[in-house]
Every structure is written in structure tokens, then in C-alpha cells.
Design a protein around this ligand. Structure first.
Ligand code: NAP
Length: 287
């Protein structure tokens, strides 16, 4: 039976350290603050934003929420982002996706100051990640690296197979794994004979958004399986992209859904906000 990679428990431990760190920042006059923008109504986004707000609250990070109407124009969205860029007391800006289809999300991400881009989606920060420079790493890939490291699962020299190449998960994850000296294979919707690749993986990371897509016959005995997917099955229950019940019988390590990558994503967002607050207050902190 596979060992469970318990992201929920690990995130709890990380939050304890973050609480201490925020207390120390406040003693030095630094009050970390995150601004979250949501455009239009989306029930999944509302849950994600509520969770982020709860965690901010728990560790002492101020949280400002900006709710814009569905009919918001690009000009209005960019105006708000520019105002937040200029506010000294805001350390991180997060634009919750998706946004209404009439708006250009890439243009909006580019408008966020790279110094406040705690989601790590700005082209400048993606570029820095590719060059192996210090930057804000996107929270889900960052959380995956952290979970592997905390469980002492070696990445260096291992064959990591990633399913999914989205801008927010798959692509930055490729770079994170390369930066950790893995050999990386990436599969997507046009990949043929996908199981030929998945069976070669020492570490298989699945981020495609298809319930129970990866079955037992697609993985190698002893492989580590990271499930990023968040889906609902036919019974309306949350499930991942891999068939957990069957795969835990052959994998050596596996993340559950829920309770795996999700909580680690939020924990890494908090790390990025704290990092940003420190970067922006080097004088107060005597650095
Ligand atoms: P996305 O933007 O929809 O991208 C999906 C990716 O999967 C695309 O690259 C697509 O290929 C690929 N794909 C789709 N069907 C495939 C198939 N049959 N075989 C191989 N590849 C296939 O999704 P995303 O935003 O990356 O999210 C993926 C999943 O992770 C979703 O369930 C989402 O809810 C979840 N998620 C979880 C967290 C977390 O914190 N746990 C964070 C973000 C996302 P093409 O590029 O060829 O279209």
C-alpha cells in the first residue's frame, strides 16, 4: 500500500511557522496584505477565495477582496490593478481565474506588478523561473515540489512525467522539475499512447481535470503519484484525475484528493505573500 502524502497535515505545519513569521514581521512594523480580485460570479472561485481568506486570517495576513461585476471592461480591471500596484500597503495581488470570456486574462496578469505577483503568472516571473533565478513560483507547482521535498522523495535524476501543460500548472511545473535536475516528459491532449509515457515515470504528476483518468494499468509499480485534479464524480463528490483506490495498491507514495496538493497550493501562496512583504520592506527589516 502506498504511503499517503498528506498535504493537509503538512500545510498545517507550514502555517504554524508562517504565523510565527508574521508575528515577527509585525513587531518590525511590517503588516503583510493580500488583495484578491474576482470578476463576475463563479461558485468554485467563491469557495477558493473563501479558503484563501480563511488561511490569511489564521496566520495574520490582511486580506482585501475586490468583487467586480461580470460586465467589467478590460480598462476598468486594469485601472484597479494599477491602483493596487501603487498602494504601498498591498504586498500581493491575485486575480482569481476564470474571468469572464470577454476579458483577456494574460493582459490582466501582465498588468500586475511583477513585484506583487504572488501567483507567479507574470511573464517576467515565468522568465526568471526558466532562467533559474529567484522569483515568485506559481503556487501549485511550488506546493508539489515542497510536498516531495518534505517527504524526502528524490527529484534529482528521476524521470518525472507530467500530464497537462496549462500555463498555471503544467508549464511552470516542467521548469520547477528541470530546476531540480529531473528528466521531464510532458503529455497533453494530442499525445498518443499516453500510457507508454506514464509507465516510465518515477514520479507521475497529473493535472488535466478529468476524473479518474489515470488507471492502475498506466503506472509502474513503486511510482510516486501526485494528483492535482479537482473534479466532481457522478455522485457529486470531489475526486482527482487518478483512480486513487486502485493506484494506491501499486504506487509507493500518493496524494489524496482532497487533502493533497490543494492545501499546499494555499500554503505556498502565503509563503509568496510573506516573501513579497519582506522584499518590499527591506529597510524596516534592516536587510
Ligand atoms: P487546463 O487549463 O484545463 O489544462 C488541462 C491540461 O490537460 C491541458 O494541457 C490539456 O492538453 C491536458 N489534457 C486534457 N485532456 C487530456 C487528455 N485526455 N490526455 C492528456 N492531457 C489532457 O487545467 P488546469 O488549470 O491545469 O487544471 C488541471 C486540473 O487541476 C483541474 O482539475 C483543476 O481543477 C486542478 N487544479 C488544482 C489545483 C490545486 O491547487 N490542487 C490548482 C490548479 C488546478 P492541451 O494543452 O493539449 O489542451
Amino acid at each position: 500500500m502506498a504511503i499517503l502524502l498528506d498535504g493537509k497535515e503538512l500545510a498545517k505545519k507550514i502555517r504554524e511557522n508562517q504565523k510565527e513569521e508574521v508575528i515577527n514581521l509585525k513587531k518590525n512594523g511590517v503588516f503583510p496584505k493580500l488583495a484578491v480580485i474576482m470578476v463576475g460570479k463563479n461558485s468554485a472561485s467563491e469557495i477558493y477565495v473563501r479558503n484563501k481568506s480563511k488561511v490569511c486570517n489564521e496566520i495574520g495576513i490582511d486580506f482585501n477582496e475586490y468583487l467586480l461585476e461580470e460586465k467589467t471592461t478590460m480598462k476598468e480591471l486594469k485601472k484597479l490593478i494599477t491602483t493596487l500596484n501603487e498602494k504601498n500597503d498591498i504586498n500581493g495581488i491575485l486575480l482569481q481565474s476564470p474571468i469572464p470570456s470577454g476579458l483577456n486574462i494574460n493582459e490582466a496578469f501582465e498588468c500586475i506588478s511583477p513585484t506583487k505577483d504572488v501567483d507567479g503568472f507574470h511573464p517576467e516571473n515565468i522568465g526568471k523561473l526558466c532562467l533559474g533565478q529567484d522569483t515568485f513560483v506559481s503556487c501549485t507547482p511550488y506546493g508539489i515540489v515542497k510536498i516531495l521535498e518534505e517527504y524526502n522523495i528524490q527529484i534529482k535524476g528521476k524521470h518525472v512525467v507530467i500530464l497537462g501543460r496549462s500555463n498555471i500548472v503544467g508549464k511552470p511545473l516542467i521548469q520547477c522539475m528541470l530546476n531540480k535536475d529531473a528528466t521531464v516528459t510532458v503529455c497533453h491532449s494530442k499525445t498518443t499512447e499516453i500510457e507508454k509515457h506514464t509507465k516510465m515515470a518515477d514520479i507521475l504528476i497529473v493535472a488535466i481535470g478529468k476524473p479518474n483518468f489515470v488507471t492502475k494499468d498506466m503506472v509502474r509499480q513503486g511510482c510516486t503519484v501526485i494528483d492535482v485534479g479537482i473534479n466532481r464524480n457522478q455522485d457529486g463528490k470531489i475526486c482527482g484525475d487518478v483512480d486513487f483506490k486502485e493506484i494506491e495498491k501499486v504506487a509507493s507514495y500518493i496524494t489524496p484528493v482532497p487533502g493533497g496538493v490543494g492545501p499546499m497550493t494555499i500554503a505556498m501562496l502565503m509563503n509568496n505573500v510573506i516573501k513579497s512583504a519582506k522584499n518590499q520592506n527591506k529597510k524596516n527589516l534592516g536587510a
